[in-house]
Design a protein around this ligand. Structure first.
Ligand code: C2E
Ligand code: CA
Ligand code: CA
Ligand code: CA
Length: 275
């Protein structure tokens, strides 16, 4: 038993070491990633819940590592936040998303994720303004998605940044609604233009009365505040049916499409225009 216990501890320690080694390796490899053109943007459709028509796309970043292939943002965005590399990556994401969207017909919008570290700086409004002017994209076609974790550390500063963004004419969405510690007070303090209900609640919508109640209440809350609600992670017709019935404004999820490379997003736009 003793031997086993020791072995467990050894494995645990080496796993932690392995994890931190991996993070360090990622940070080093990430250094040249932007300049070497290793980042790619994928685009996931966002659709009107009632009519099902295409409204726009959320831009989601991936890293094509020369040895390891396509790496998920879940694995490198947290590292980039720790090292500050997120600033350079964030600028690249903004400029690439705006340039791509500028090539789409005017009625399609693009949503871009911004992380806590980016919001904590003063540079974001200028980065956004630069991305808009370089690409020629109209500000009302750009939406910035921020999570609660991005605004709670220094609320006052985050609010200043959000107001400056809105001054530019872009809209601001609250991402992952319901997963933080103070979703309601964040909603009270920030002038959001959209609420995105987290996938966690949508996932169990049709099997859990609790999830159904939370989703229903969030849609109602949005209606009372005059803020449209988007449901994330919609995978089934049954989920869509519930959301339509409750008056959810828009939807995003595998039912309408996974995140697509730029060319496949363009094809989806063509198909939407023909129908
Ligand atoms: P998120 O903003 O909540 O993005 C939605 C995630 O859910 C995406 O994962 C998407 O592929 C996935 N998803 C969408 N629909 C479905 C569905 O129907 N079912 C399931 N099971 N999953 C679905 P992804 O692309 O791996 O992104 C993960 C997270 O990484 C994002 O979560 C976002 O927080 C972050 N991220 C992505 N791109 C960027 C970026 O450019 N900048 C920053 N700061 N963060 C980013
Ligand atoms: Ca998002
Ligand atoms: Ca989200
Ligand atoms: Ca989420």
């Amino acid at each position: 038993a003793r031997k086993n216990a020791r072995r467990t501890i050894t494995i645990f320690t080496s796993d932690m070491e392995e994890a931190s080694r991996q993070r360090a390796a990622i940070a080093i490899d990430l250094r040249g990633a932007v300049q070497n053109g290793e980042l790619e943007l994928f685009f996931q459709p966002q659709n009107d819940a009632r009519t099902r028509s295409l409204c726009g796309f959320e831009a989601l970043v991936r890293w094509r590592h020369p040895q390891h292939g396509l790496i998920s943002p879940v694995d490198f965005i947290p590292v980039a936040e720790e090292t500050g590399q997120i600033l350079e990556i964030g600028r690249w994401v903004l400029e690439t998303a705006c340039t791509t969207a500028a090539g789409w017909p005017e009625r399609f919008k693009v949503a871009v994720n911004v992380s806590a570290f980016q919001l904590a700086q003063d540079t974001l409004p200028l980065q956004v303004a630069t991305a808009l002017s370089k690409s020629g994209l109209k500000p009302e076609r750009l939406e910035i998605e921020i999570t609660e974790s991005g605004v709670i550390t220094d609320q006052e500063h985050a609010l200043k940044i959000v107001l400056a963004l809105k001054e530019l004419g872009v809209s601001v969405a609250m991402d992952d609604f319901g997963t933080g510690y103070s979703s309601l007070s964040t909603l009270q303090s920030f002038p959001f233009d959209k609420i995105k209900i987290d996938r966690e609640f949508v996932k169990s919508l049709t099997v859990s009365p609790q999830s159904a109640a939370i989703v229903r209440s969030t849609i109602l809350l949005g209606a009372s505040l005059g803020i449209p609600v988007l449901a994330e992670g919609v995978e089934t017709e049954e989920q869509l049916g519930f959301l339509q019935l409750e008056g959810c404004k828009s939807v995003q999820g595998y039912l309408f499409g996974e995140p697509l490379p730029e060319r496949r997003a363009a094809k989806m736009i063509e198909a939407a225009l023909e129908s």
